[in-house]
Design a binder for this molecule. Structure first.
Ligand code: GLP
Length: 241
């Protein structure tokens, strides 16, 4: 299992071995791995070496620690392609998961300069501010705050955003959502976000800002979301032109 003569560091070989056990199904998400003492006996290496391997895997998001309980196998990250313009509901459906939401806020507010410019409405015009926790199979994945012009959706009600917002928009406007631009940044969860996302404060979070347009080019939403970085990764196909 561990080759002490190999030029590869021992902690690295342990990391690879644990990863292999995950990929062959021996370790399942949320399984507890053996204690450092047992692992050091099994691998016949020092506890310090085991600790280094485990710390690296925790930092990588492969394992997570729970104070006073132990170290566990993390859930597989959801890989989100950056290719298509899809909704959260559609993304979860594609993966055979069930999307749900908890509405934290639904109110009419006046648009800030930034939002009014993006939505191409008068400064101080009325907008909806709706904030939802998005769940996949009952587990929190993201907090999303959407800003939509009130004049565009005068009849929007709380019930309409319990399900898919994109579904509502396309039915209501009788046209498809056309395009969006998006920016992804790395951030750290503050206390509030950590509580809502059920992660320790200070965990990595992906902040995504999306500016979306209907097929006819009308901007209809600005969205600011915080996705759990331990559950999400983004992929894209790129060509060298
Ligand atoms: C994704 C996007 C959001 C968008 C949402 C709509 O999560 N990041 O910008 O508002 O999908 O999802 P749904 O139609 O499920 O409400």
């Amino acid at each position: 299992m561990i080759d002490k003569k190999s030029p590869l560091p021992i902690y690295y070989q342990i990391e690879e071995n644990i990863k292999q056990r995950i990929s062959n199904g021996e370790y399942q998400p949320n399984d507890m791995i053996p204690s450092e003492r047992i692992l050091s006996e099994n691998y016949a290496v020092s506890r310090m070496t085991v600790r280094q391997a485990i710390t690296n895997l925790v930092n990588e998001g492969v394992l997570y620690r729970e104070k006073g309980r132990g170290t566990f196998i993390a859930e597989n990250k959801i890989e989100q392609s950056l290719k298509g313009l899809t909704s959260f509901t559609e993304d979860m459906k594609t993966r055979g998961m069930t999307a749900s939401s908890k509405l934290l806020d639904f109110e009419k507010v006046t648009a800030s300069v930034e939002i009014s410019r993006k939505l191409e409405i008068e400064e101080n015009a009325e907008i909806y501010r709706l904030q939802r926790i998005r769940y996949a199979d009952q587990k929190p994945m993201a907090i999303e705050t959407n800003f939509l012009p009130v004049t565009m959706f005068p009849d929007l009600k709380k019930e309409d955003v319990q399900g898919s917002l994109y579904d509502y928009v396309e039915k209501n406007k009788r046209q498809k959502i056309g395009k969006a631009s998006q920016i992804i940044e790395a951030t750290i969860a503050n206390e509030d976000q950590a509580t809502l996302l059920e992660i320790p404060p200070g965990s990595a979070v992906l902040h995504i800002e999306r500016h979306s347009f209907l097929e006819d080019g009308t901007p209809f939403e600005v969205v600011k979301s915080s996705y759990r970085a331990d559950r999400y990764k983004f992929s894209s196909d790129i060509t060298r032109g």
